[in-house]
Design a protein around this ligand. Sequence first.
Ligand code: GRF
Length: 187
Amino acid sequence: MKNIAIFASGTGSNARAIAQYFDGSENVEVALVVSNVATAKVLDMNAEMGIATYVIPSKEAYLQGDDLLDVLDFYEIDLIVLAGFLWLIPPYLVAKYKIVNIHPALLPSYGGKGMYGMRVHQAVIDNKETQSGITIHWVNEEYDKGAIIHQATVAVEPTDTAATLAQKIHTLEHLHYPQQLEKLLLG
Ligand code: GRF
């Protein structure tokens, strides 16, 4: 069994799509959800699906790392999956774990610090791009700079707004992210 830990700061629609995809799998399990936000909706996955959750108590604790490393050890995590996790990944995690992220645009464009959520989609609309998409990539110590694993595109229509584009991108993410994780874990 390969164990995934999903790190998320918000709603967790990708986290849920991943957990549902692997629900009942004999090979892959979402063993843990980690959040830095105690009120994040993603933590409801504990009540909804019985998945263990861990809230990082503070930025200091996160940067220092011992408790988080103990928790990841306890659940025998093989892969860390970022799904809307807004803190930079510290060196001790990059050194110890394989970590994957999904970005809601076609990197290397529209990435980097501060480029998340609706800001990304608004920038794509403002620049009158005719296509956008998703990027699944390895995580290193810089925002959105790790090697690209997979990209998928979607057309941006002249009538699209940041909100409609966000919906299209979410649909694409939910389709591609679980499948790509399965490939990475099982080959
Ligand atoms: C996704 O759009 C993902 O690309 C980005 O953060 C968003 C998280 O959305 N990294 P959700 O919480 O999974 O709905």
